[in-house]
Design a binder for this molecule. Sequence first.
Ligand SMILES: [Zn+2]
Length: 157
Amino acid sequence: MTKVTKVKKSDENWREELSPEAFEVTRRAATEAPFSGRYCDTKTDGVYRCVCCGEALFDSQTKYDSGSGWPSFHTPIDVHAVETREDRSQFMVRTEVMCANCEAHLGHVFPDGPEPSGLRFCLNSLALDLSERESEEKTQAKQDQSASDEAESSGGG
Ligand SMILES: [Zn+2]
């Protein structure tokens, strides 16, 4: 038997958890308008997660400026993190990219990307949620700081 790890939720559940825009993109395969997405020009260091299930999908280090108007990556964080399938909608044959964990529609992949993969993962910002690496480190530093504060205050009195 194979272990089923996929996240399965009804549209109703997704609708409750997601913004209407994110629902349309991830569950209805809508596409956000070019240059409208919040991560279009983002160069912040971090990990892009699935907005639906939180799975890590793409690293900012593989993000590049494709000029397409959508956040573009040349390589997923893990080959198993995303799934692809043929998409024949809108009178075109394209390859759809989905989150392997919850089958959220992320965008499309095209064979015109840079090395090393030669691929362009053209994604919707609405399908992604960026976890900044820096802020995670800052949070950690803050915790260390408050821990030492506690040690000092408990020493007095
Ligand atoms: Zn997901």
